[in-house]
Design a protein around this ligand. Structure first.
Ligand code: ZN
Length: 229
């Protein structure tokens, strides 16, 4: 199950039942930006086809971080420049969580998804964003930014200032508590959310769950600060 939801003018989120995941699309006049690519190549192909239903503009890809469900679909976006934080590529190539999740699906009686995750090719980024970078989509400028150590040591967020939207990757989760894994920096995470809140977003699109408002993000920041997630 999957479907688009409109977030703002030319800003779309594609929702998936699997992992309650949310992928993104920002459309300008001359280019469109894809935010994350899905959990395996078949997922990426489905997402790429769905993107092509909305726009035929040249695509740029940004990977928010190197967890399997965010980057293993990139092969479907062949030829597109791929932006990520410099620490993202080594983490992708390490594929630290790929074996674990392939096993998870096999154990759940879904060996096909397990195989798809296990065999997905890693497409390394073509461009590094160590701090922040503006991308001109034609009549619309978006900013990629690394808000600091948080869900991983290499998260990127996407700010679309003309409509007050921030794609937060897994710094924000709706419908579940933020995922604090072994590669997370829980003590620094609230500070990274403050960086996103300082952008004064009207809408924040999480990596999993429905788009939320700034008050939701502030509450998640406070929960992380209290160590209660
Ligand atoms: Zn993640």
């Amino acid at each position: 199950m999957s479907g688009w939801i409109g977030v703002a003018e030319g800003v779309h989120a594609r929702r998936y039942a699997a992992l309650d995941q949310t992928l993104g699309l920002v459309v300008g006049h001359t280019r469109a930006l894809v935010v994350d690519t899905g959990m395996h190549e078949e997922h990426g192909a489905e997402f790429a086809a769905a993107v092509r239903e909305l726009t035929d503009l040249p695509l740029t890809v940004v990977i928010t971080h190197a967890h399997f469900d965010h980057f293993l679909g990139t092969a479907a976006f062949v030829g597109a420049p791929v932006y990520a934080h410099p620490r993202c590529a080594p983490a992708m190539l390490e594929r630290a969580d790929v074996g674990k999740w392939a096993e998870h699906y096999r154990g759940q009686g879904d060996p096909e998804t397990g195989e798809r995750i296990a065999r997905a090719r890693v497409v390394p980024p073509t461009h590094e964003v160590p701090d922040r970078l503006d991308i001109d989509l034609g009549g619309r400028r978006v900013r990629l930014l690394h808000p600091g150590l948080a869900h991983t040591d290499h998260d990127l967020a996407v700010h679309v200032p003309d409509v007050g939207v921030v794609f937060a990757g897994d710094l924000v989760e709706q419908g579940a508590a933020p995922s604090v894994g072994p590669d997370a920096h829980p003590a620094r995470w609230p500070g990274a959310l403050d960086v996103l809140l300082a952008l004064r977003p009207e809408t924040v699109v999480p990596g999993h769950g429905e788009p939320v408002g700034p008050r939701f993000v502030a509450a998640q920041r406070d929960a992380l600060s209290a160590g209660s997630t």
